[in-house]
Design a protein around this ligand. Structure first.
Ligand SMILES: Cc1ncc(COP(=O)(O)O)c(C=O)c1O
Length: 499
């Protein structure tokens, strides 16, 4: 911060390890640290103001109320909060986030949820219905993704947990079955951040491989990154940033030839692509129909239209899955086993997920997919028609766009001011809209394109303006000191937990 552009450029060419050492030494120099702390304090204050909108209007509870509050009054307050937040996502102003959101469907899910708010799948003796729901969700999902008899899985709390579970399983499988002492993962740069999280949590080195010009995994570059330590290759269908499908047939064949694992991350696309294929779209294979695919993560709480808190991790066979399971025999608390990271698990999300899959049925998923893909196509064509913008890659419904001439983050900022909550991406700088059923409602896509056109025109006429998050993204893209940006992100998390 405050560094001259020429210095930044020079530092940007240095080796990241050397940079990190310089950064640590620079931060330990009193005046540099002091200046940074002052900058951080200011940024944190600004963040706090925008992230805590209810401080003026509602009481803050730092301690328990002395006597319990009136239940109706609590519910009224919660309903007021819900109403303040609902209109934005309901009207389609969010990217992803709420994937179905039709009020009647939400009411139905809430009823299913509340029927099981007390259940815990860790205790199948008390709630055998929970294990019925879980096993049937796995079976229906596996069946949708080309699974035969041996395909099996587990229910997790979301895409990240599914990915973490699978990577932990590959690590232990590779050590046990392949004699690899330091197992590694190989993934395209565009694979989800959850793989970095797995790398950090479980000490599995992650080799990130640059993608090709279409933002898809580069098969030859992936081949070159494979070593005797590689336990698993990874591909996305579709990728979070640009919504494209990696060449899974080629990558999974490579993994099969080498006798290692291949994980398809279908968290975002798993409940769309099979139905798109049925509708006649040209979708390359990405699931268990390919013999080299050994596991798939697929999120019921996205395009499965279940409420938040469920995802499925599928394995080609139970041998691989067994490396995910946990069992302990010598604990004074008794014989203990659990399939995922949590001990006790909430039964509500599982029950509501089961209800969602049954209520949608094949026809429901086909219709939903058709609406989403048609809307995605209209939005994509609309963006391509706006001067100064271009679409990245060849996406279906997760549409990333950038600009060669204008500051795309300033355009995003103006969209934010108009109520839109889009995803800012970088390397290269761009923004994406993840189309959901919310955007298929009358007039939403048109409103998005109109607002986007106006925002682009404004930035074209006022290129000097930099407001909101635009300077932060600009800084993150140019600053060679990644640790500073990472510190800032952790400050953001600290602010979230402040009362
Ligand atoms: C491709 C992909 N993988 C994994 C995830 C992580 O899912 P979650 O946010 O449910 O943990 C996402 C989330 O958007 C995703 O798009």
């Amino acid at each position: 911060m405050g560094l001259k552009e020429s210095t930044l450029k020079m530092l940007g060419r240095l080796n990241p390890k050397i940079l990190s050492t310089i950064e640590k030494s620079a931060q330990s120099i009193g005046p540099v640290r002091k200046k940074m702390d002052a900058e951080f304090e200011k940024i944190t204050e600004d963040m706090e103001k925008s992230m805590k909108p209810y401080r003026e209007r509602f009481d803050t509870h730092k301690c328990f109320p002395e006597a319990g509050r009136d239940r109706e009054e609590i519910l009224r307050e919660m309903e007021e909060l819900r109403d303040l937040e609902r209109s934005r996502w309901e009207a389609g102003y969010a990217s992803g986030a709420v994937y179905h959101g039709d009020p009647e469907f939400v009411d139905f899910l809430n009823r299913a949820y509340s029927l099981h708010s007390q259940s815990n799948p860790l205790h199948p003796d008390l709630w055998p219905s929970a294990s019925k729901f879980e096993s049937e969700i796995i079976s229906m999902t596996g069946n949708m993704l080309g699974g035969r008899d041996q395909v099996c899985g587990a229910i997790s709390s979301g895409g990240t947990e599914s990915i973490l579970l699978a990577m932990k399983a590959y690590r232990d499988w590779a050590i046990d079955k392949k004699g690899i002492t330091n197992p590694e993962m190989v993934a395209p740069t565009t694979a989800h951040a959850a793989f970095d999280k797995a790398s950090q949590y479980f000490n599995i080195p992650l080799i990130r491989v640059p993608v090709d010009d279409d933002f898809k995994a580069d098969v030859e570059a992936m081949r070159n990154a494979v070593t005797k330590n590689t336990a698993v290759l990874i591909g996305s269908a579709v990728s979070f940033p640009h919504g494209v499908i990696d060449p899974i047939p080629e990558l999974s064949e490579m993994a099969q030839e080498r006798g290692i694992g291949f994980h398809t991350d279908a968290c975002l696309g798993g409940f769309v692509l099979p139905w798109a294929k049925n509708l006649g779209y040209d979708i390359p294979d990405f699931d268990f129909s390919l013999p080299g695919v050994t596991s798939i993560s697929v999120d019921t709480h996205k395009y499965g239209y279940a409420p938040k808190g469920s995802s499925v991790i599928l394995y080609r066979n139970s041998d691989l899955r067994s490396y995910q399971f946990f069992a302990i025999t010598e604990w004074p608390g008794g014989l203990y086993c659990s399939p995922t990271f949590a001990g006790s698990r909430p039964g509500g999300p599982v029950a509501a997920c089961w209800a969602a899959l049954l209520a949608m049925g094949e026809k429901g998923y086909l219709d939903a997919t058709q609406h989403i893909l048609e809307t995605g196509e209209r939005i994509r064509i609309g963006i391509e028609g706006i001067e100064d913008l271009h679409v990245l890659g060849d996406p279906l419904w997760v549409i990333a766009f950038g600009s060669e001439t204008l500051d795309i983050y300033q355009i995003m900022e103006l969209m934010t001011q108009k109520g839109w909550s889009l995803n800012g991406l970088h390397h290269p700088p761009c923004v994406h809209l993840c189309v959901t059923l919310r955007h298929t409602e009358d007039g939403v896509a048109e409103k998005f394109l109109k607002d986007l056109k106006e925002s682009v025109e404004h930035v074209r006429n006022h290129p000097e303006e930099k407001t909101g998050s635009a300077p932060v993204y600009g800084m993150a893209a140019t600053l060679p000191f990644r640790g500073v940006v990472s510190d800032l992100l952790k400050k953001y998390l600290e602010v979230l937990y402040k009362t």
